[in-house]
Design a binder for this molecule. Structure first.
Ligand SMILES: Nc1nc2c(ncn2[C@@H]2O[C@H](COP(=O)(O)OP(=O)(O)OP(=O)(O)O)[C@@H](O)[C@H]2O)c(=O)[nH]1
Ligand SMILES: [Mg+2]
Length: 195
């Protein structure tokens, strides 16, 4: 749920990057941070283990324009993809407004993608959200690797809701802004409708 603060004239929205471990979620928000360092009103916070896996979450606040005199702040979070960090994922999903699902395009990662998507669907349902109505976009990441599944097939297997989907090579910043823009646009449409 976006949070409107009349005193400070701010609207706060939460975007969560979800997906299997090592899919490229942290890389996405690192790339956003590098390109938007002028607009990020704080530093990127990353809580990771020594081998760079996200331990709890990464966090990046962005200020993106105004609606009727209210500043819109987007808080980008990544969840830890490793299966054991279930509790953290549930916590981070609280109050979510939009989701970027970062899928790993490698053929051998399809099971992990499907498992992570099921996990997302269940965790959202537990909080009373319906995955089919929440603003969501897919990123088919790691398109540079040799053994990737055709995007049409990924779409068929994962994108049951016909969400927008973009190819990604997050490590080069490709597809990162397309996904962010798409999801923030959908979130803003919801806010304008309710505000
Ligand atoms: N080849 C290739 N590697 C990528 C791409 N995007 C990310 N990576 C690499 O994949 C590895 C994992 O990326 P992360 O962004 O840490 O993955 P994550 O989804 O945050 O992983 P967890 O925090 O464990 O859930 C890193 O070594 C990245 O550099 C890509 O588009 N292509
Ligand atoms: Mg990570």
């Amino acid at each position: 749920m976006s949070f409107v603060n009349p005193a400070s004239k701010e609207i706060n929205c939460k975007i969560v990057y979800y997906g299997p471990g090592l899919g490229g979620k942290t890389t996405n928000i690192q790339s956003v941070y590098q390109k938007m360092s002028g607009k990020a009103d704080n530093d990127l916070v990353t809580l990771s283990t020594e081998n760079e896996r996200t331990l709890f979450f990464d966090f990046l606040p962005l200020e993106l324009g105004e609606i009727r005199g209210y500043k819109t702040r987007f808080h980008l979070y990544t969840v830890p993809g490793q299966v054991i960090y279930e509790a953290s994922r549930k916590l981070i999903l609280r109050g979510v407004d939009g989701i970027v699902f970062v899928a790993d395009s490698q053929v051998e990662k399809m099971e992990s993608n499907i498992e992570s998507l099921r996990d997302l669907e269940n965790n959202l349902a537990e909080q009373g959200y319906d995955i089919s109505t929440i603003p969501m976009v897919f990123q088919w990441n790691k398109r540079d690797l040799p053994n990737v599944m055709p995007t049409e097939e990924m779409d068929m297997r994962l994108n049951k809701w016909s969400c927008e989907a973009y190819e990604g090579m997050a490590v080069e910043g490709r597809g990162v802004f397309e996904c962010l823009k798409s999801v923030t646009k959908k979130v803003l449409v919801n806010i304008k409708r309710d505000f």
